[in-house]
Design a protein around this ligand. Sequence first.
Ligand code: PHE
Length: 333
Amino acid sequence: EEIENEIKSFNASSADELEAFRVKYLGKKGVIKEMSARMKDVAPEDRKDFGQSLNALKDAVQERIDSLKEAIESQSGTESNEDLTRPSGLEQAGSRHPVTLVRNEIETIFQNIGFSIAEGPEIEDDWHNFSALNFPEEHPARDMQDTFFIEKDPDIALRTHTSSVQVRIMETQKPPIRIIAPGRVYRNEDISSRSHCIFHQVEGLYIDKGVSFADMKQTIEYFAKAFFGKTKIRLRPSYFPFTEPSAEVDVYWGLENEIDHRITKGTGWLEIMGCGMVDPNVLKASGIDPDIYSGFAFGMGIERIAMNRFQIGDIRMLFENDIRFLKQFQGAW
Ligand code: PHE
């Protein structure tokens, strides 16, 4: 009776307290087990009553546990009305930026033929951005017009191209070198629908024994066909301080109508990159012997190619992060 009163008046405010209560009475070394062990001391004619009392105690404990459990759960809200069998909502995934889409595609195309990816700092010194690349001291590209300088003497600037990464690789690796250097570059230019002060480039570099202009042309043609589909390329003579000879590459952007051979899509030739044979002075500056090795380099702007690929009319759209613009690329690769 005493024990029964104890049980009935027990109160718990947490699941832990309730568990301690359960162990105390129903556990292996609990009160009820202990009392059952005393059965042998009970006179045979009283054993039946004794057993029934024990069972009644057991039931009382269980009853108390059940009712307290309900009270605790409704208090803490662990028993919720949520329907756990309901299907979950779809996760809203973002989309890749068109510049990233194009950059990834260019990277894959070159990785497929053995180029690896190299990276370097966006804040560069004069040596890696200009001097090692054979820019004469008074070259206009060093001018305040084109370059964002951070410090003067010694000059520190935001890199104007990722050719600086090529220099860093040549300084630290031995040929054969086969890398592409994708990344953000900066030029102090007026912002318009066609140009921006920030843009992205992928530059490439291949150095080994006996690398020729023909190798370069083949590599670029392979890229153009892989990226643009059935097309042809054209090289026009050009000038860069770090390559000699240098060329500008156009790809034929336009599909000929098979019936009357008129171009029904695209606008003819599209300039996509600069390229050339690495100038011996550049090899020398980075510690590579130009009498043993030769190589080619190329560089292209990602924005221009992305604008062509997705028919984007204004480069500024690529930097405004307008969600309505970005959403259009959902599901593209
Ligand atoms: N660095 C050049 C630019 O930014 C591109 C280029 C790279 C041209 C390599 C030739 C060879 O315009």
